[in-house]
Design a protein around this ligand. Structure first.
Ligand code: FE2
Length: 423
């Protein structure tokens, strides 16, 4: 007897009338019209059953701190970093854990069950590292939380940051981070990329670096990141996050750069909500959008994900852990409006970040973990259009969050009694 049988589901790859059989927290079969005895059955009524949303770029140590100690007036990355510097001495472990746990509640309600968060290691107390290691332990039954050792103030620019980063990795932080464009010079930026990639190679870790998060068309750290990746044999284990300078680069140079990124099998994470608000702040008009060249990177065979990056923190005043909102913005900013491009935007918040995070057992296939989200939508494009309600969120075959269907009751002459915005 099965634990759970879901019938009549639509899957993101277009399969319809799919049945998903679950036993002991694992998917044991996926086939059309399965018939089997189960303790629990659910008729999906043709709605979309997706693997959970994945956010490969977030800052959980800063989340939900909006307004502490003040609001970012200029809206720039640099004021955000300065503001975070003002907040850091005021942080307590208790407050960090409490805000992160609240954000994780929001994430579960939105079907977001895997998050890679950067954690600032420039504070010698490693307060945020200890707090997020504690959060990682607490949420492990329902969220896969991956931590990146992130030297926010520059691993070379900030005193003791290299030592702090190594200590954070010793404590169990999973991934090596960096911020080369914030180092004092372009040369120091390149040196930081080299040193950090060498640390990852020695320790057998993944790399995820904030890279070229500026509107400077001459920022070249992604070139160095690609070079170090291939030099050290880290292919497929290194991610460049943001890469916003690529938006402003010369087209000829980009035509050389994209094949170098492909040669290194570099992953890319764009953060559309944040990139569109932080970038272009020094422009008058025309005002640059600032997001990296997502369609071109995808066309070159690179794995590209969209990240939330920030939610209610010194850099961004909005956000709720809704990866459909993130993908919706990415679709607009990148003008990815064809049918296939819109589906790629859905992949950019599901399978692509799962690949970049090296998640195991992810997907709706036999042998995968029974983690999925039932959406009030009939396909990925409708899910994006409606930022669809997450009707049920499953972890290892058990429902861990439910939301009532979104429907509006109408009182109109000679019109239907309700609408749910579907044709
Ligand atoms: Fe970031």
């Amino acid at each position: 007897m099965l634990d759970l049988l879901i019938t009549n589901a639509t899957l993101p790859d277009g399969r319809t009338n799919a049945s998903v059989a679950v036993q002991d927290g694992e998917i044991v079969d996926v086939a059309p019209g399965l018939k089997a005895e189960a303790h629990e059955t659910l008729d999906a009524q043709g709605q979309l059953l997706s693997p959970p949303f994945v956010d490969a770029h977030f800052h959980m140590d800063a989340t939900l701190s909006y307004g502490l100690p003040r609001v970012n007036q200029s809206g720039t990355l640099l004021e955000g970093i300065a503001l975070w510097g003002e907040l850091k001495p005021l942080l307590t472990q208790e407050a960090l854990v409490s805000r992160a746990m609240q954000y994780c509640d929001w994430a579960v309600g939105k079907g977001l069950l895997a998050i890679r968060t950067h954690v600032d290691v420039c504070d010698a107390r490693l307060l945020a590292v200890d707090a997020l290691l504690e959060v990682k332990k607490r949420v492990a039954p329902y969220i896969d939380l991956q931590l990146v050792a992130f030297p926010q103030d520059g691993v070379l620019r900030s005193p003791d940051a290299m030592d702090n980063l190594q200590r954070a990795l010793d404590k169990g932080v999973d991934v090596v981070g960096g911020i080369p464009h914030f180092e004092r010079t372009m040369q120091d930026g390149a040196l930081s990329v080299k040193l950090l990639c060498e640390i990852a190679a020695e320790r057998g870790l993944l790399v995820d670096m904030h890279c070229d998060e500026s509107d400077d068309p001459l920022s070249r750290h992604v070139e160095t990141l690609a070079f170090e990746t291939q030099r050290l044999g880290l292919h497929g284990r290194v991610v460049g996050s943001h890469l916003t300078s690529m938006h402003s680069m010369d087209n000829y140079y980009v035509s050389k750069l994209l094949p170098l990124m492909k040669e290194a099998n570099l992953g890319v994470i764009a953060n559309p909500l944040i990139n569109i608000t932080l970038q272009g702040r020094h422009d008058t008009y025309p005002k640059r959008r600032g997001m990296t060249r997502v369609p071109e990177q995808m066309a070159h065979g690179l794995t590209v994900a969209f990240g939330q990056d920030c939610a209610m923190d010194p850099w961004y005043s909005l956000g709720s852990g809704d990866m459909l909102e993130v993908a919706h913005m990415g679709l607009h900013v990148a003008q990815m409006t064809s049918q296939s491009a819109m589906r790629q935007c859905f992949d950019a918040v599901t399978v692509n970040p799962a690949k970049l995070m090296h998640l195991k057992g992810y997907g709706i296939e036999k042998g995968c973990k029974a983690d999925f989200v039932l959406l009030q939508a009939r396909d990925p494009i409708e899910a994006l259009r409606l930022r669809a309600t997450r009707l049920k969120v499953f972890k290892r075959g058990k429902v861990i969050a439910e939301t009532a269907p979104s429907v509006s009751r109408l009182s109109l002459p000679e019109r239907p009694a309700t609408t749910s915005w579907q044709i």
